[in-house]
Ligand binder design. Structure first.
Ligand code: 13P
Ligand code: SF4
Length: 306
């Protein structure tokens, strides 16, 4: 850590206090950002924190859809996304227009929308889910037998394992998990470390998930690493999770099957961005009222079953 980094961290923390702001960081953020966060967590944990916080300003270190969800859940708060380049390619794989068309093909399906989506797509959906509550959410749906799950096909296929309903997958995917966590790399890593267990994120392909001893959201993986008796763990998700895994379990070894398990969007936000955004209260994320109300209903339904 450089002297400049420690000064930035100090300045951010004192400004957060002065402005009655809270800093939320996703588990994939740069180490130094997670280090100064009030709360680090997965998409569900951060949505819950955004819904419950008493702070006046939420500085959201994650990607756009996460800050947008916070703005939907807490419309009276100022939600800042320190670097507006932080998008999510999977969220852009579904549009309202396309969703409306596909809904006509499946008029009886309930639309379950992964939070990795835009506000207008959430507004067009029946209920949201995250990687940590997808099974619960699908299990809570009564009546209809078809579920149209958008936009992540791997999450949809994972959910199908736990329900008698037919889950219709959208064709979206997370480039980091889908393209860069490959079955052959996992098998190789397992061979190199035969005592290790393998934990994976449900955004991975079914072939990769079939190799996993444990499948969970990022916070679920952190909990598993802490509670399991294994000392060696192979990690099937973005490398940013390594910060909390190592911090919480200094005696354990963590192996990442590929050097490419990186989400560039989760890495664009720097300490400088956070300080600037907070100083100028800039890069506020807002959602038009009409969309906010409908998207909020889908998110609140999800929170009520979580
Ligand atoms: P979770 O942290 O909710 O498991 O989500 C992972 C993810 O892809 C966020 O973009
Ligand atoms: Fe989107 Fe995947 Fe990056 Fe998460 S890890 S923000 S799903 S691209």
């Amino acid at each position: 850590m450089t002297d400049n980094d420690s000064k930035l961290k100090k300045d951010i923390r004192s400004l957060l206090k002065e402005k009655k702001a809270v800093l939320l960081a996703h588990n994939y953020q740069r180490d130094e950002i997670q280090e100064i966060a009030d709360i680090a967590g997965d998409s569900l944990g951060l949505s819950q924190a955004a819904a419950e916080t008493k702070a006046e300003i939420i500085v959201f270190c994650g990607v756009h859809f996460m800050a947008e969800s916070a703005a939907i859940l807490s419309p009276d708060k100022k939600v800042l996304l320190p670097n507006l380049e932080a998008g999510c390619p999977m969220a852009d794989m579904v549009t309202v227009q396309k969703l409306r068309e596909v809904k006509k093909t499946y008029p009886d399906a309930i639309v379950v929308c992964y939070v990795n989506s835009t506000a207008d797509v959430k507004a067009e959906s029946d209920i949201c889910c995250t990687s940590s509550n997808v099974v619960k959410v699908v299990g809570s749906l009564n009546g209809k037998n078809q579920v149209l799950m958008i936009p992540d096909m791997n999450l949809a296929k994972y959910a199908q394992r736990f329900t008698q309903k037919t889950v219709i997958p959208w064709k979206g995917f997370c480039p980091t998990h889908h393209n860069f966590i490959k079955e052959e790399n996992v098998r190789e890593t397992m061979k190199e470390h035969p005592k290790a267990v393998f934990m994976a994120h449900p955004e991975c392909t079914p072939e990769v998930l079939n190799l996993a001893h444990h499948i969970a959201s990022t916070s679920g993986m952190i909990k598993f690493a802490q509670e399991c008796s294994h000392n060696e763990i192979i990690v099937g998700t973005e490398i940013g999770i390594g910060y909390r895994l190592r911090k919480g379990n200094p005696e354990k070894e963590f192996y990442f099957p590929s050097k490419e398990q990186i989400c560039p969007n989760m890495k664009v936000t720097t300490l400088e961005d956070v300080l600037k955004a907070l100083e100028d209260e800039k890069h506020q994320i807002t959602v038009p009222k009409k969309i906010q109300v409908r998207a909020n209903s889908a998110l609140e339904k999800m929170l009520s079953v979580s």
